[in-house]
Design a protein around this ligand. Structure first.
Ligand SMILES: *Cc1c(COP(=O)(O)O)cnc(C)c1O
Length: 344
């Protein structure tokens, strides 16, 4: 399945369009004012997501960034500290929101190539009770860990980290923007990956094809407070059942099919392997991302290669992401195009 205009867009899985079924569901959705708690479709989505992720409650938010921010605001008071990975989205790509809007300090520790944080590093980063120190409140993990090649963290690792957090009186937040990919890649349930995390954020608008939206899940008490913080950051929405309807389809019908994207990412990596000038950073992708480098020796620089690919109707970068609108035939076309461009 490709886009109608024939463009092969591998820049991200955020480029996915809503499916026909989603468009029909939008047209027919029951709606109400969600700030008053009146939108039945939003309520259905929040209940469905809470159950799917193994929590008491969940909250529909505009974006993953908003979901993570609201989680941080809810777990951490001003002047406190959150332990995050140096390759994590919440540290790298969320505009410093925790500091700018929450007065929360990030204590960053290295992500290993497999996406994990070492437990020893986390233990060392937890602050002593000392009048000089900020108070550590939270540990954040990301699954899949995007900037480490879309690698999934295992249920065993998740539970070791939650045991550590809870034994030290801390909370654990999971940035599960692509939790569906992590679950499908390992053949486990979403719940198996959220067990022990005090809150989880999942995105509907990436590989799951909804046009917008994420969910933040946690205990009933946590979500009640998160709802206030969502309002605080301007995220209270009105007749948003038109979007929640697409979210329900995203969660009910789009998770299992992520396996196709993973197969296409492996096919892409195999195709690119051996093309002179391309050095794969993820030779064996576990989910839907293929990272690579252009070797310095080539005549064209990276920007020129990207431009040459664009002229062939392929939008690419040094990260290639497969999704619902990329078919295996598209993957083969991309490999042929790269081979031609790299020959130059
Ligand atoms: C995309 C992403 C987010 C943020 O989602 P937006 O909807 O783009 O704000 C958070 N975490 C990870 C790992 C992501 O990939």
């Amino acid at each position: 399945m490709s886009f109608e205009n024939g463009i092969i867009d591998l820049r991200s899985d955020t480029v996915t369009h809503p499916t026909q079924a989603m468009r029909a569901a939008m047209a027919n959705a029951r709606v109400g004012d969600d700030v008053f708690g009146d939108d039945m479709t939003v309520i259905e989505l929040e209940e469905y997501a809470a159950d799917l992720l193994g929590y008491e409650a969940s909250l529909f938010v505009a974006s993953g960034t908003m979901g993570n921010l609201v989680a941080l605001l809810t777990h951490c008071e001003r002047g406190s500290e959150a332990i995050v990975g140096n390759r994590s989205h919440v540290f790298l790509h969320e505009v410093g929101g925790m500091a700018a809007l929450g007065g929360i300090q990030a204590n960053k520790i290295p992500n290993r190539p497999d996406g994990t944080l070492r437990l020893e590093d986390v233990m060392e980063a937890i602050r002593e009770d000392d009048v000089h120190h900020p108070r550590t409140r939270l540990i954040c993990l990301e699954n899949t860990q995007n900037a480490c090649g879309g690698v999934p963290l295992t249920p065993e690792y998740m539970s070791r980290m939650s045991d550590l957090a809870h034994s030290r009186g801390l909370k654990l937040h999971l940035d599960g923007a692509r939790l569906g990919n992590a679950a499908v890649a390992q053949g486990v349930s979403l719940k198996a990956l959220t067990k022990g995390a005090d809150s989880t954020m999942i995105c509907l608008s990436k590989g799951l094809c909804a046009p917008i939206g994420s969910l933040l899940a946690g205990s009933r008490k946590f979500i009640a407070e998160a709802r206030r913080n969502r309002k605080l950051v301007g995220g209270g929405m009105r007749q948003v059942g038109v979007l929640a309807a697409t979210g329900l389809l995203a969660l009910k019908t789009m998770i299992e099919r992520l396996a196709e994207d993973h197969a296409n990412a492996r096919r892409l990596a195999e195709g690119l392997r051996g093309i002179p000038g391309i050095e794969l950073e993820t030779p064996a992708p576990q989910t839907n991302m293929v990272y690579f480098r252009f070797a310095q020796s080539g005549k064209l620089d990276a920007a020129e290669i990207v431009e040459q690919m664009r002229k062939r109707g392929i939008l690419a970068d040094v990260r290639l992401v497969t999704h619902r609108w990329i078919s295996s035939e598209d993957v083969d076309k991309v490999v042929v195009a790269f081979r031609e461009v790299m020959k130059a």
